[in-house]
Write a protein that binds this ligand. Structure first.
Ligand code: GRG
Length: 273
């Protein structure tokens, strides 16, 4: 196994252990809801966003113990968005990560509530972070990136303009639907490292470009979004261009950012799961 794979595995174990501790157990009432939540959280996701939160904090000089709750919060938001995205009113997907999607397994109403509960608990999990003086900034950053002007807004435009060929729509969808949560994940790491404004801006610039590259690669798997407009090959080329620019944004961190750069390369070279 190569070095990055070993690192990913180690981080996943850490994140999953923490998620396992904070999420209500399946024997807690209402059991049906907690089963649906745990079914969706523990179904083999890559955990790329919380891994980025942790790594961003370390690169900015922070400590794992200060950021682990924020990393879990990010994964809860991500899972809640996937549960809702799969619903018949949205993408209408019967499968997620090779298993029946949450609503297929537990019914639509329970899936809606599982998503609601996870999104709500994400903010409680964030609030459990040790560095209380940094919480207001963290909560506001997360809200800004996932609210109606962030990820949720991106989803709205995606649903309304499914077959759009307008570049401005596609840019908005890519930036908001996917890049915003990547950006939030990285920014939370910087917030909990209590780093300088300059370093936060560098991390955020990296996050936006990385998120866009991630979505371009995702689109290329399904010939969706940008890939429909400019073709799979050009989408992938564009993603690689974004990643090169993203890595340049990390110059203030020098060699400390090598792992973050490796993760960025993984984002564009990854195979469909
Ligand atoms: C309830 C918070 C909330 C949001 C509602 C449904 C919605 C608004 C937003 C969905 C946005 C969405 C589905 C964006 C696509 C993101 C994406 C590319 C997901 C795949 O990410 P991976 O590959 O997934 O990291 P794994 O399975 O590894 O976790």
């Amino acid at each position: 196994m190569n070095r990055l794979k070993v690192y990913f595995k180690k981080q996943r174990v850490l994140i999953d252990r923490e998620l396992g501790k904070v999420l209500p157990k399946t024997n807690t009432r209402p059991q049906s809801l907690h089963r649906a939540i745990r079914y969706s959280v523990f179904s083999g996701g890559k955990r790329i966003r919380p891994i980025l939160t942790i790594e961003s904090c370390i690169v900015c000089g922070g400590k794992l113990r200060d950021v682990l709750k924020a990393a879990c919060a990010v994964e809860m938001v991500h899972t809640s968005s996937l549960i809702h995205d799969d619903l018949p009113a949205m993408d209408d997907d019967d499968y997620r990560r090779g298993r029946p999607s949450c609503h297929k397994r537990f019914g639509e109403a329970t899936a809606i509530l599982a998503g609601d509960a996870l999104l709500t608990q994400a903010f409680d999990c964030l609030a459990m972070s040790k560095r209380k003086n940094l919480l207001t900034e963290a909560i506001r950053e997360l809200y800004k990136e996932i609210g109606s002007e962030g990820m949720i807004g991106g989803q709205e435009v995606d649903l309304r303009k499914r077959n759009t060929k307008k570049k401005s729509d596609l840019d908005f969808i890519t930036e908001k639907k996917t890049a915003a949560l990547f950006n939030a994940s990285l920014k939370l790491g910087a917030v909990f490292a209590d780093t300088s404004k300059k370093k936060k801006a560098a991390i955020s610039g990296f996050g936006e470009l990385l998120g866009k590259a991630f979505q371009l690669i995702d689109d290329s798997f399904d010939n969706d979004g940008y890939a429909r407009l400019i073709g799979r090959k050009r989408s992938r080329e564009l993603a690689f261009e974004y990643i090169e620019k993203a890595k340049q944004k990390l110059s203030p961190f020098g060699k400390k950012a090598d792992r973050l750069k490796e993760i960025a390369d993984f984002v564009v070279t990854r195979k469909r799961q």
